[in-house]
Design a protein around this ligand. Structure first.
Ligand code: NDP
Ligand code: MG
Length: 381
C-alpha cells in the first residue's frame, strides 16, 4: 500500500483524479509536475504541500516560483527536473500520468530507485516496454497498471502463479465516438467530433487515440509488454458500455472479468492500495440498472490504426517506438487543425515505411527511432 506519492502530470485528467484519490486515502504528496499549467499546479501545491513542484516549461516554472515564494515547496523548471521529481526520496510510489513518451526516462529513473510505478503513461511501455519491464525485474520495482483495461487484467491475474495458464487476454474497447461508421464517413469527422468520447472524459491526445482506435492498438502492445505475452494471446472486443473493463481467458476455459462503472478513480485507487482493497465513497455498479452488455468485432477497415499497431507489435524492436512517435506527432497536427482525421493513419503508415525497425534496441536506439518517426511525419504532413 502506498503512503507517499509523486505525480508526474498532476494537472491532467489522470493527475487530478489521482489527487482526489490521494485525498480520500490520506496519502502524502512528495512531488507534483506539469508542463505549463501554472495556475492549476499552484492550487495543487497550496493544497497538498509537496516538497517539490516542477514545470517542464522554464518560463512557467519561473512564474510559479514567484507565486509560491511564501511556501516551503522547492520549484524547478525544465525537462530534466522531471527526473528529479521521479526520484524524490520521500515517495514510495510514482504515478506516471504525463502524456507521451517524455514519460520514459523519468519512469526508468523511478524504477532504479525501486519506487512502485502506478503506470498510466502507456506510451512509455509501447516504446520501450521490454527495457522498462526488464529494469523493473532487475531493481525489484513493482509496476501496477492504471489504464482501466490493464488494471482489470491485473486484478483477474491475482492468484495466477504461472503465466502459461493464460490462454489469452481480451481487451474491451468502447469503439469510440465513430463506432459503426464506414471508412468514408469517419474521414469526414472533425476535431470537435473526435473530442466527444461517449464514456470517458480524458486529455485531448488519448481522446483522439480513442476515436482512431490507435488507443486500443497501443493498449494491445502495453498488455503484451506488461504480461510478456505474444500478439496472438492478446485480443480486442468492442464493448460499447465500458462496464466490463477487460477479461482473462484461462487454459481450462474459465474467463475472469472485472466490472465497474466507468470511473478511472477505481483503477487509480487499486494501484495505490494494492495488494489491499479499501472502502471507496464511489457508487458501486448497480447490475439491475445496467444497460445490456454487448460484444462485437472491431472494424479494422474503418479504423486502420488498430491494424497498424498490431503490425508494429508483430514486428517488435523499434517498430512500436516508430508507430508511437509518428502517432504522437500526427495527433498533435490534427489537434492543431493542420491535418484531417484520415491523415493520422496515413502519416503513421508512411513513417513506419520510412523508418527501418531495429531488433533488440537499446534506449538510444528507441529515442532515435522516436525522433526519426516524428521527422518523417513532419516531412509528409
Ligand atoms: P492530459 O492531457 O489530461 O494531462 C497530461 C499531463 O501531462 C498534464 O499534467 C500536462 O501538463 C503534462 N504534460 C503534457 N505535456 C508534457 C510534456 N511535454 N512534459 C511534461 N509534462 C507534460 O492527459 P491524461 O491525463 O488524459 O493522460 C495521461 C496519460 O495517461 C496518457 O499517457 C494517457 O494515455 C494515459 N491514460 C489516460 C486515461 C484517462 O482517462 N485520461 C486513461 C488511461 C490512460 P499541463 O497541464 O501543464 O499541460
Ligand atoms: Mg484504457
Amino acid at each position: 500500500m502506498s503512503k507517499t506519492i509523486s505525480i508526474l502530470g498532476a494537472t491532467g485528467s489522470i493527475g487530478r483524479q489521482t489527487l482526489d484519490v490521494a485525498e480520500q486515502l490520506g496519502l502524502r504528496v512528495a512531488a507534483l509536475t506539469a508542463h505549463m499549467d501554472v495556475e492549476r499546479l499552484e492550487a495543487q501545491v497550496r493544497k497538498f504541500r509537496p516538497r517539490l513542484a516542477v514545470l517542464t516549461d522554464e518560463a512557467a516554472a519561473r512564474d510559479l516560483a514567484v507565486r509560491l515564494a511564501d511556501m516551503d515547496t522547492k520549484v524547478l523548471g525544465g525537462p530534466e527536473a522531471l527526473l528529479e521529481a521521479a526520484v524524490c526520496p520521500e515517495a514510495d510510489t510514482v504515478v506516471t500520468a504525463v502524456v507521451g513518451m517524455v514519460g520514459l526516462r523519468p519512469t526508468l529513473a523511478a524504477i532504479r530507485e525501486r519506487k512502485r510505478i502506478a503506470l498510466a503513461n502507456k506510451e512509455t511501455l509501447v516504446c520501450a516496454g521490454q527495457l522498462v519491464m526488464d529494469a523493473a525485474d532487475t531493481h525489484g520495482a513493482e509496476i501496477v497498471p492504471v489504464d482501466s483495461e490493464h488494471s482489470a487484467i491485473f486484478q483477474c491475474l491475482q492468484g495466477c502463479a504461472d503465466r502459461r495458464e493464460i490462454r489469452r487476454l481480451i481487451l474491451t474497447c468502447s469503439g469510440g465516438p465513430f463506432y459503426g461508421m464506414t471508412y468514408e464517413e469517419v474521414g469526414k469527422m472533425t476535431k470537435a467530433d473526435a473530442l466527444r468520447h461517449p464514456n470517458w472524459t480524458m486529455g485531448p491526445k488519448i481522446t483522439v487515440d480513442c476515436a482512431t482506435l490507435m488507443n486500443k492498438g497501443l493498449e494491445v502492445i502495453e498488455a503484451m509488454r506488461l504480461y510478456r505475452l505474444p500478439l496472438d494471446q492478446v485480443s480486442v472486443v468492442i464493448h460499447r458500455q465500458s462496464i466490463v473493463h477487460s477479461l482473462v481467458e484461462y487454459r481450462d476455459g474459465a474467463v475472469l472479468a472485472q466490472l465497474g462503472t466507468p470511473d478511472m478513480r477505481l483503477p487509480i485507487r487499486y494501484a495505490m492500495t494494492y495488494p489491499e482493497r479499501v472502502e471507496s465513497p464511489a457508487e458501486p455498479l448497480d447490475l439491475l440498472s445496467c444497460p445490456p452488455l454487448t460484444f462485437a468485432q472491431p472494424d479494422r477497415d474503418a479504423f486502420p490504426c488498430l491494424q497498424l499497431a498490431e503490425a508494429a507489435a508483430a514486428q517488435g524492436g523499434t517498430a512500436c517506438a516508430v508507430l508511437n512517435g509518428a502517432n504522437e506527432e500526427a495527433v498533435g497536427l490534427f489537434l492543431a487543425g493542420r491535418i484531417g482525421f484520415h491523415d493520422i493513419p496515413r502519416l503513421v503508415a508512411e513513417a513506419r515505411a520510412a523508418v527501418p525497425a531495429e531488433q533488440e534496441p537499446a534506449l538510444e536506439d528507441i529515442l532515435a527511432a522516436d525522433q526519426a518517426a516524428r521527422q518523417a511525419v513532419l516531412d509528409r504532413a
